[in-house]
Design a binder for this molecule. Sequence first.
Ligand SMILES: *[C@@H]1O[C@H](CO)[C@@H](O)[C@H](O)[C@H]1NC(C)=O
Ligand SMILES: *[C@@H]1O[C@H](CO)[C@@H](O)[C@H](O)[C@H]1NC(C)=O
Length: 167
Amino acid sequence: MGPQRAPSTSLVLCVVLFGLDCALGHVALVYPPARKYDLDFLDNSRTKPPCGMPRGTIKTTLLEGSKFNVTWHLGYPHKGGFKIQLLDQLERPVLDLTPTIQGSEFVSNDATAQSYHVQLPTDFTCENCTLRLLRQAQEWGPNYKFWSCADVDIKPRKYAADTEGTS
Ligand SMILES: *[C@@H]1O[C@H](CO)[C@@H](O)[C@H](O)[C@H]1NC(C)=O
Ligand SMILES: *[C@@H]1O[C@H](CO)[C@@H](O)[C@H](O)[C@H]1NC(C)=O
């Protein structure tokens, strides 16, 4: 790509919506893929809960009991930690996928972490659910958080056998 490359859609949208405070780069889920647009400046002070972004057309199918690597883009190692949770189809938190460590719901042993290996419970299926990443930025306030959501279906194991011939 040359120096004339057009700015990305998300950057343009960001500038339109929020002015020039957009080049910093913050937090956005990579896997499962974030709701479109995968803007990375969505936060709980300027955008609407629970995700800052309505549902779109991108949806990832996961299997009950499966293990996978949740990955995200992190533009800057903000102070604090992260938390990954599942929201039900009405976008209410139903399950935390990260542990509570020493009273903190946020995993904060590595400020540059951009992945976390999770395991879904067996016997937990969920259609039209959402995986949400919360990332603190404590230097901007004790309750300040970025959020990024990915829409998911968590299907029974049987589904994989039926559709892919795998177990
Ligand atoms: C998860 O993904 C990250 C980034 O791609 C990689 O560095 C890490 O090794 C992966 N972890 C596991 C357990 O697969
Ligand atoms: C999930 O969402 C799709 C599309 O909006 C809808 O057709 C389907 O009925 C929903 N499933 C459940 C279990 O609500």
